[in-house]
Write a protein that binds this ligand. Structure first.
Ligand SMILES: Cc1cc2nc3c(=O)[nH]c(=O)nc-3n(C[C@H](O)[C@H](O)[C@H](O)COP(=O)(O)OP(=O)(O)OC[C@H]3O[C@@H](n4cnc5c(N)ncnc54)[C@H](O)[C@@H]3O)c2cc1C
Length: 339
């Protein structure tokens, strides 16, 4: 069998690696970090289909996830929208999912090399999959996340919007809520982590959320941040096989990035199995897998990238509020186009 090398051990790389290993493919995954670890993520998995779970064999990694069925959108203390989700979403921390997927990969005979950062600038060697997460963008957006204990939420997913960003609050395991936000700023305010989070919430138009965070019991170990986020739809790259955020980053309001990570692994899997078994050479594998990925995700990336600026602009939010009050907001259609 031809071996496969995966660079990056987030959801996409780990799920693909585990599935390849279970199919008898010699697979090595290089991960720059170590497990378990928290990651900036809303930890709200929306739109994940049963076929992907079966293809990748990852149901055990999601065991114990909270099931979420409702959402509320809030701006300046006012409710914009309350809706039942078209299909239930899952709430589970990346700390738990990534650790379980890493264990499943090694249990299936895959080789996991953590603490190993592999250069990705050159054209990857045949049999290499890039699952190394988002490409660095320009300064402009930062993401922050923290787990809170003892916080009551008004719906399964609270989405708070302002012109300076948005913040999601959703339940994960062990009675915790995950707060994760995207903020239009270039750097974190100085001070400790919690102080920086509170200052960012207040400066971004979420003073009420800052009070709720301050009154809850945040887990300091879960705090993490990322900067230089970029939501430009991906440019095609015929020279490499990319999955997950390495393929493209969907704006987080969709709660669909993790699902794309898993679905892109499932989409690439049959082409990589064919390659490993000698049924196709690497150029043909690249061409077929990239065509399948582009067919499956192209529209989702484009629609979500156009919607995000609307959510952040005062006029877009005003129109949204009007449509929601008149019960004319096509929530289910927008959900379908972005999932
Ligand atoms: C603020 C914010 C909120 C979000 N909220 C949600 C949400 O609620 N729901 C949702 O579904 N999605 C959400 N997402 C998106 C989701 O987190 C990502 O889509 C998902 O993590 C992508 O998984 P991945 O495996 O592709 O990449 P990652 O999880 O980023 O994993 C990539 C891995 O590659 C490793 N790596 C990078 N470079 C190298 C290298 N050179 N060598 C070796 N290893 C390397 C990294 O250490 C990392 O572990 C959110 C994102 C942000 C920023």
């Amino acid at each position: 069998m031809n071996p496969v090398t995966i660079i990056g051990g987030g959801l996409a790389g780990l799920a693909l690696g585990g599935a390849l290993a279970r199919n008898g493919v010699p697979v090595t995954l290089h991960e720059a970090g170590r497990y378990p670890r928290h990651r900036v993520c809303g930890e709200f998995l929306a739109g994940l289909d049963e076929a992907t779970l079966d293809t990748l064999g990852i149901r055990p990694a999601l065991a114990g996830a909270r099931l979420h069925t409702s959402t509320i959108w809030i701006r300046g203390g006012r409710t914009l929208l309350e809706a039942v989700l078209p299909s239930p979403a899952r709430g589970l921390s990346r700390h738990r999912i990534d650790r379980r997927l890493a264990e499943a990969l090694t249990d299936a005979g895959g080789r996991l090399v953590d603490g190993s950062r592999i250069p990705t600038s050159n054209t990857p060697a045949p049999g290499t999959v890039l699952a190394c997460g988002r490409r660095a963008g320009r300064p402009g957006w930062i993401g922050l996340k923290v787990h809170l204990r003892g916080l009551r939420t008004r719906s399964d997913l609270e989405l708070h919007l302002s012109r300076a960003g948005y913040v999601g609050l959703a339940g994960v395991e062990d009675g915790r809520s995950n707060l994760c936000g995207l903020f239009r700023t270039e750097r974190l305010p100085s001070g400790g982590r919690l102080q920086a989070l509170l200052a960012t919430l207040r400066a971004s138009g979420f003073p009420e959320l800052a009070e709720r965070v301050a009154a809850s019991d945040p887990d300091p170990d879960s705090f993490c941040s990322v900067s230089n986020l970029d939501f430009t739809p991906p440019a095609p790259d015929a020279t490499a096989l990319r999955i997950g955020d390495a393929l493209g980053v969907i704006p987080p309001f969709t709660g669909n990035g993790m699902t794309i990570a898993l679905q892109s692994a499932a989409t690439a899997l049959p082409h990589l199995l064919d390659y490993a078994r000698g049924g196709a050479d690497w150029p043909a594998t690249l061409q077929r897998a990239n065509a399948a990925l582009s067919r499956r995700f192209g529209r989702r990336f484009r629609v979500a990238a156009r919607l995000q600026p609307l959510l952040l602009s005062p006029s877009g939010l005003g129109a949204l509020a009007l449509l929601a009050r008149a019960r004319l907001l096509p929530f289910h259609l927008l959900y379908k186009l972005t999932h």
